[in-house]
Design a protein around this ligand. Structure first.
Ligand code: GLN
Length: 380
């Protein structure tokens, strides 16, 4: 393995999913729904395959999907964008993030990350030889520590990468926090890379799109995907919306990373983005019930629960159970209790910062969540 990547292990999601299978644990680890995406979306992809839409798609996306993304971006942020020059379709949001970093960051540029962070961010920043600065979000509310953030910014800062709603904490960045980040980006002439894949999964408060804040669109890349909102994580359809000068950089990276994204699934995505508002209302209603089942269950067995404002994850403090750290506790959970969860210490530069926490995913059918809660009650 290259020097850039030798510090990284097999991703924690893969490790935990393998262990969960081996021990027949209920898998509340890796965040993928155990129910299927909607028929109207799947049917559109099936028709595309049968209708011969099977050769390379246009590199930056089929025009119909670029258009649909521009429309939904307008609805979410109020900003009108040109679908031909400001929208790029990628193979999942993970590729959008990689293309953004590789296309816009020079070796040695500083990039600020909030920790805990989604694991691909650090690995991709390493591939780009970026210098990473972290600002830690701490329980109980994972609020942005203003002074630490101000100190992290300097004239070397090229970008800040923000995920809101936030995996793994379930935090939704407040308007005030985003305005603080925006003011620092403007002051230091830095870019904002926004991973907003959970923007439709908000239980309390509101999702604020960074691009919609005053003076920010011109320095922001907004990324999203189909996977979370439409329960189709295996399709790997994502996108990035950014002004033309930033789009150019990320498209150059995208062109040489994957060139283009699966054509039939892009047709599925066109159908998905035409969903009526009621689709999103049902989605959030369903997830609210799932969240409540798991959160109540976790509280009842004695965890300290940091109730999520968004996403389909919940973080808890496991210290009441007397284990040394998150890895030891998750091992016990999988092997002896029969429930898999993610030890989040790998989402921190210094693993000690995450050792008291555990992340559970609730993107599972209600029966699975109830079974998990029963096992926790019986075996923990
Ligand atoms: N995004 C999902 C999670 O956080 C899964 C990601 C993955 O398996 N790489 O659990």
């Amino acid at each position: 393995v290259s020097k850039r990547l030798e510090q990284f292990k097999t991703t924690i999601f893969t490790q935990i999913s393998i262990l969960a299978l081996k021990h027949k644990a209920v898998n509340l680890g890796q965040g993928f729904p155990n129910f299927d995406g909607p028929d109207f979306v799947k049917d559109a992809a099936i028709h595309a395959i049968q209708g011969g839409k099977n050769q390379y798609a246009r590199g930056f996306g089929i025009p119909e999907l670029n258009y649909a993304i521009a429309q939904s971006f307008k609805k979410e942020s109020g900003i009108t964008v040109n679908s031909e020059t400001e929208v790029t379709v990628t193979s999942g949001c993970t590729e959008a993030i990689a293309a953004t970093i590789l296309g816009l960051i020079n070796p040695g540029d500083e990039v600020i990350l909030f920790e805990p962070f989604y694991d691909s961010y650090l690995a991709t920043l390493a591939m780009a030889d970026a210098t990473v600065k972290t600002v830690t979000l701490r329980p109980p509310d994972f609020a942005v520590p203003e002074m630490e953030l101000r100190t992290a910014f300097s004239n070397k800062t090229r970008a800040i990468l923000v995920n809101t709603p936030h995996n793994p904490t379930g935090k939704v960045f407040s308007r005030k926090e985003l305005e603080l980040i925006a003011s620092l980006c403007k002051k230091h002439d830095a870019l904002a890379f926004m991973d907003e894949v959970y923007n439709k999964l908000v239980f309390t408060g509101e999702h604020v799109s960074m691009a919609s804040l005053d003076g920010m669109y011109e320095r922001t890349v907004t990324m999203n995907s189909l996977g979370k909102t439409f329960s189709l994580t295996g399709w790997k359809i994502g996108w990035a919306v950014a002004p033309p000068h930033l789009t150019w950089g990320l498209r150059q990276a995208h062109s040489y990373l994957t060139f283009s994204t699966s054509a039939p699934f892009q047709w599925g995505a066109v159908a998905a983005l035409s969903a009526p508002d009621s689709f999103y209302q049902e989605l959030i209603g369903g997830y609210r019930t799932k969240k409540d089942i798991l959160v109540e269950g976790l509280k009842s067995v004695g965890f300290k629960v940091f109730e999520p404002e968004g996403t389909y994850f919940v973080m808890v403090d496991h210290r009441a159970f007397g284990y040394e750290d998150d890895v030891a506790f998750c091992k016990h959970l999988i092997e002896d209790v029969g429930v898999a969860a993610i030890p989040p210490s790998t989402f921190y530069i210094d693993p000690k910062n995450g050792k008291d926490l555990v992340r559970f995913a609730f993107c599972k059918d209600e029966e699975t969540l109830r079974t998990a809660v029963e096992r926790l009650k019986a075996n923990l």
